[in-house]
Design a protein around this ligand. Structure first.
Ligand SMILES: Nc1ncnc2c1ncn2[C@@H]1O[C@H](COP(=O)(O)OP(=O)(O)OP(=O)(O)O)[C@@H](O)[C@H]1O
Ligand SMILES: [Mg+2]
Length: 171
């Protein structure tokens, strides 16, 4: 099984109020599965993806991705795991406005590989999402769909091992 989620709960403390978002989530995902999570706005989809990818920790329960207990790892272990294994597309894309699209796609690998090598990979992926002609544009100068495809390209540059790309938009 690729992903195993058992009895995961997560709540946020907002001033005196506790917002219970995830209550006892259980499911498994097999390799090659394509899973769609749907639900009303505010129902907890983003929260689920955040705990699944280790951006946030659940209050209770366990999450295994492959052999890794992501719900138990330290912040650094979770970050490293995410970097090496997960492609994540943020709901609001989180592109760096001051950088062009090419650099935005290169960012995840910048600390780890030679710049020329990263640039080559980023250009290939941008070509695959039909954005070669927009490499030098900044996010403010491209369309919503082009931003979205840039975020997809960036999520793929580390060639995620488990290849699950989390997206919260219609692709
Ligand atoms: N950091 C936070 N602090 C307090 N409450 C939060 C926090 N993040 C999310 N929430 C609350 O948790 C609930 C679930 O939010 P979440 O972002 O997971 O919803 P969603 O299903 O992704 O919604 P949408 O479809 O609008 O993206 C919401 O009611 C939200 O207000
Ligand atoms: Mg959301």
């Amino acid at each position: 099984m690729l992903i195993k989620i058992k009895n995961v709960t997560k709540s946020y403390q907002l001033n005196k109020e506790k917002v219970h978002v995830l209550r006892g989530i259980d499911f498994e995902v097999a390799s090659g599965d394509w899973l769609t999570i749907t639900g009303p706005s505010g129902s907890g989809k983003t929260t689920l993806l955040k705990v699944l990818s280790g951006i946030e920790q659940p209050d209770e329960g366990s999450i295994m991705i492959g052999d890794f207990h992501i719900s138990e790892g330290s912040e650094e272990e979770r970050r490293n795991f995410r970097r090496d294994n997960i492609g994540y597309i943020f709901q609001d894309f989180q592109l760096f406005e001051q950088f062009n699209l090419l650099l935005n796609v290169m960012i995840p690998l910048l600390p780890y590989e030679k710049k020329e090598q990263i640039e080559k990979k980023a250009k290939e992926i941008l070509a695959n999402v039909n954005l070669s002609h927009r490499e030098k544009h900044r996010p403010a100068m491209v369309s919503g769909g082009e931003k979205q495809r840039t975020a997809i390209a960036r999520s793929l540059i580390n060639r995620p091992t488990y290849c699950f790309v989390m997206s919260q938009q219609e692709i």
